[in-house]
Design a protein around this ligand. Structure first.
Ligand code: NAP
Ligand code: MG
Length: 501
């Protein structure tokens, strides 16, 4: 008799971690919230409580900012450590994550719901490599010498210094909890800043385990403080705090606007990585053997919970039916199961709230006249599973085409003339990413140049690299993550001009 496929055993360290009440990391110590309150984080595959976590609030944010300020002004981080020593610490952190990679993969899958095999091959390795890439930058942040243009250059010596911006608040979402922490912490640490990090309430666990390794690596106290809590309380207090020099936020465009208002009090610097409604364009000369699975993975990867998800699929008329049929078939065959199931290809959505949101969009699509060719509803009644969905018969005015769904739902529409497609693709308040599939490189690059998006993938999708800047045009954000561009958000430029006469 065939044995049933069973989930892999949980790493004992993971079981112990989730069974322990998690605290806040402030000034190198694990502490309770000042209020004594805790909040639960849930397992999205079952809806059951997974762990209890100290609930940081205004007072805890204040304590954390004070610790970060002291570490920045007077601590060994800024007073004693050289850039090379900072680089070594960041690299050591990457090594420690690597030593504990299975633990991180399991925690991430449990808290967020994503397939364990995906956190093993994507979230955790990308996190490690991101820290290594930014470890390299710690020793390469430099200014310039500037020949003055109006004065005789022998009379002045002018140069710029790049200095750390100071105390940084970082607020991150739940879709890639560990990787988003790495995207934020890596460049801030390389630049020599100190940090207060607020993870998403749905997924605080991997950031807290990361905090333990930050301590183990030997970062001085107060350099990284981690305060889980709710957005409206802890997050808002961090964004408004008068002693925070810069806030970096990833999440919804709606909350991004609130962050901006909160930051106005002390005019702290702001960088924002927000939502998207990314067009994915398939021309009729594309290699469909690549474009069809590419279009499916552009939307279904991470259950569509990607800010850059290819959620608006535009297909040239001649190949429309074939592409839709192919993407729908892939959607129907995706194994939607709990993240720990070895067969899982797509897990549950992160929360009941997201489940209701996504199902609301599915209903609205049908109400407005869309036709469902795959999926279209919730799967089962336990956990937050939704079937991968393909909608056709949509028009560019429908809510499902206009608004970010942040779930496994793609709308597919045909187009007749490649010239018409640029305007339709750009007809959105967002501008995060886009895809173009064609064998004709001239056409592909010409379209890429016209797309108002921070990233354009040609004949591929969701390719990320720590060296490749990522961020949004329009309401998809301000500034860029990764690459050398991100370091600009974490440094101030100081011009020094000395008279030589
Ligand atoms: P969200 O509300 O924007 O949350 C992102 C982060 O901001 C979380 O840490 C959140 O804390 C915090 N936050 C919420 N309200 C805040 C406030 N007033 N002040 C300061 N911080 C605040 O996103 P969500 O509710 O998790 O997801 C809703 C939508 O956001 C999604 O459907 C999607 O459109 C978008 N989203 C985008 C990304 C992305 O990568 N660009 C990622 C996730 C979500 P809490 O966790 O306590 O709310
Ligand atoms: Mg959870």
């Amino acid at each position: 008799m065939a044995t049933a496929v069973t989930a892999p055993p949980m790493d004992p360290k993971v079981s112990e971690f989730v069974a322990t009440k998690q605290k806040l990391l402030i000034n190198g110590k694990w502490v309770d919230a000042a209020s004594g309150k805790t909040f639960p984080t849930y397992n999205p595959a079952t809806g059951e409580v997974l762990a209890n976590v100290a609930e940081g609030d205004r007072e805890d944010i204040d304590r954390a900012v004070k610790a970060a300020r002291a570490a920045f002004e007077t601590g060994p981080w800024s007073q004693k450590l050289s850039p090379a020593q900072r680089a070594k610490l960041i690299w050591k952190l990457a090594d420690l994550i690597e030593q504990h990679q299975e633990e991180f993969a399991q925690l991430e899958s449990l808290d967020n719901g994503k397939p364990l095999k995906i956190s093993r091959i994507a979230d955790v390795p990308l996190t490690i490599e991101n820290f290594r890439y930014f470890a390299g930058w710690a020793t390469k942040i430099e200014g310039n010498t500037i020949p003055l243009t109006l004065a005789n250059s022998s009379k002045f010596l002018a140069y710029t210094l790049r200095e750390p911006v100071g105390v940084v608040g970082q607020i991150i979402p739940w879709n890639f909890p560990l990787l988003m922490a790495a995207w934020k912490l890596g460049p801030a640490l390389a630049a020599g800043c100190t940090i207060v990090l607020k993870p998403a309430e749905q997924t605080p666990l991997s950031a807290l385990r990361l905090g333990e390794l930050i301590q183990e690596a030997g970062f001085p106290d107060g350099v990284v403080n981690i305060v889980p809590g709710y957005g409206e309380t802890a997050g808002a207090a961090l964004a408004a705090h008068p002693d925070v020099d810069k806030i970096a936020f990833t999440g919804s465009t709606e909350v991004g606007k609130l962050i901006l208002q909160a930051a106005a009090g002390n005019l702290k610097k702001v960088s924002l990585e927000l939502g998207g409604k990314s067009p994915n364009i398939i021309l009729d000369d594309a290699d469909l053997n690549a474009a069809v699975p590419g279009a499916a993975s552009a939307i279904f990867f991470n259950h569509g919970q990607c800010c850059c998800a290819g959620s608006r699929l535009f297909v040239e008329e001649k190949v429309f039916d074939k592409v839709v049929e192919g993407v729908a078939q892939i959607a129907e065959n995706i194994k939607v199961k709990p993240g720990f199931d070895p067969d899982c290809e797509m897990g549950p959505l992160v929360s009941e709230e997201q489940l209701n949101r996504v199902c609301g969009y599915l209903e609205s699509g049908v109400r407005e006249g869309a036709k469902t060719v795959a999926g279209g509803k919730r799967l089962g009644d336990r956990g937050y599973f939704v079937k991968p969905t393909v909608l056709v018969n949509t028009n560019d005015k429908m809510k499902v085409v206009k608004e970010e769904i942040f779930g496994p739902v793609v709308t597919a529409t045909p187009f007749r003339d490649p010239k018409e497609i640029e305007a339709r693709a750009n007809d959105t308040i967002y501008g995060l990413a886009a895809g173009v599939w064609s064998r004709d490189i001239k056409k592909a690059h010409t379209i890429a140049a016209k797309l108002r998006a921070g990233t354009v993938w040609i004949n591929c999708y969701n390719v990320f690299d720590p060296a490749l800047p990522f961020g949004g045009y329009k309401q998809s954000g301000w500034g860029r993550e990764m690459g050398h561009e991100v370091l600009e958000h974490y440094t101030e430029v100081k011009s020094v001009c000395a008279s030589l006469t």
